[in-house]
Design a protein around this ligand. Structure first.
Ligand code: PLP
Length: 378
């Protein structure tokens, strides 16, 4: 028989329901298990977590997946593996809350923090010596810059053989990018985004191959209580069934919308990630653009005219969203930190849902035309 694809295996992955044989595993909404159960206590593990993690492990191509309450708690568990005196390197382009967490945690713990532009060859060469961990997103939030995982791993390990390479895979998703295959030690993500896909549940996970590190992370999760609850694990596992379908639709819509946005004079630059067979096999869901000079203050007017895009920081779900990184995803940064990252008020993030792409194009066109109408009235 031909080998099946990871998405088929993930769809069919089920925990052992030896007696009842349900087609979908029920929610184990309980905190404790009897002494003869293979489970112990839900803060340690639960059948719904195990099924969600097992399905994800197939997609991430990982020996271990550890599910967490949110994407931020996945990052926190990984950070907790560092010790005072260690050295953490992060990429310059990164989600606002991650940036703040790295800043606060390293300061509090006496860990050195270096911020490097890993999107540029010169930045990668500048990865310092004696690094304990390198964390970066690819594609990045914002600007969708692609960071070459293999190259960063080789350079960092060349200088510091024990350096842990950690990739935030939230925006690529395990369907289109497998960081562990590219040389990373850890791939982590917010499951709140594409994995959930419906803006109704939060979660996160850490995928890795190393047994000892997995044991340490599981212990930290157990003692800190960062495990995903069974109800959320069940919802996320259900969402995983339609995950590849949704992603393929996001890809199609994003391509149509990218071509449409390229025709608009109101836009100066559109940000779209670099794809490759070695790393990012496909991409869909989120684009950024910058308004042209004359429309740089147009965001408020622009969103007023949109009817199919919800405003706010949520994203990667069935309904389209529009957001301004300056006041949304990166609001926790001070103005100088935002501008150092290249974020200004003219930067817009569009997340495309599962609406018909022609309807989204028509909605955006009306919003762009409303800006010119405003100009003629002024
Ligand atoms: N990583 C990235 C790239 C994100 O964009 C986000 C949230 O937007 C997170 C991590 C945090 O995830 P969560 O909101 O599930 O904690």
């Amino acid at each position: 028989m031909n080998k099946t694809h990871p998405e088929t295996e993930a769809l069919h992955f089920r925990i052992n329901n030896a007696e009842t044989h349900p087609v979908a595993t029920p929610i184990y909404q309980n905190s404790a298990f009897t002494a003869d159960s293979p489970y112990f206590y839900t803060r340690k593990s639960n059948p719904n977590n195990v099924e969600f993690e097992g399905a994800l492990a197939l997609l991430e191509k990982a020996r271990h997946v550890i599910s967490t309450t949110t994407g931020m708690s996945a990052i926190m568990l990984v950070l907790q593996q560092l010790h005072p005196g260690d050295h953490l390197v992060i990429n310059q382009y990164i989600y606002g809350c991650s940036y703040k967490l790295f800043q606060r945690y390293t300061e509090h713990m006496g860990i050195t923090l270096s911020i490097v532009d890993l999107s540029e060859p010169s930045g990668r060469e500048n990865i310092p010596d004696n690094v304990s961990m390198v964390i970066f997103e690819t594609p990045t939030n914002p600007f969708l810059k692609t960071i070459p995982i293999k190259e960063v791993s080789d350079i960092a390990r060349g200088k510091s053989p024990g350096a842990l390479i950690v990739v935030d895979n939230t925006w690529a998703t395990p369907l289109f990018q497998n960081p562990l295959d590219c040389g990373a030690d850890i791939s982590l993500a917010s499951a709140t985004k594409y994995i959930s896909g419906h803006s109704d549940v939060m979660g996160g996970f850490i995928a890795l191959n190393d047994d000892t590190l997995a044991e340490a992370l599981l212990e930290t999760r157990f003692y800190s209580g960062a495990i995903l609850d069974p109800n959320s694990a069940w919802l996320l596992r259900r969402s995983l069934h339609t995950f590849p379908l949704r992603m393929r639709e996001h890809v199609q819509t994003t391509q149509s919308l990218y071509h449409f946005l390229k025709t608009r004079d109101e836009i100066k630059i559109i940000y779209y990630p670099e794809k490759s067979t070695q790393q990012l096999r496909d991409y869909g869901g989120i684009l950024f653009f910058q308004f042209s000079e004359e429309h740089q203050h147009s965001y408020a007017q622009f969103i007023q005219s949109l009817t199919l895009f919800d405003t706010g920081t949520g994203m990667a779900c069935v309904s389209s969203m529009v957001a301004q990184p300056w006041s949304g995803s990166h609001a926790s940064l001070c103005d100088s930190e935002k501008t150092a990252m290249g974020i200004n008020t003219d930067l817009v993030r569009l997340c495309f849902g599962l609406e018909n792409s022609q309807d989204l194009i028509a909605d955006l066109e009306t919003a762009f035309l409303s800006l010119s109408a405003l100009e003629t009235h002024e």
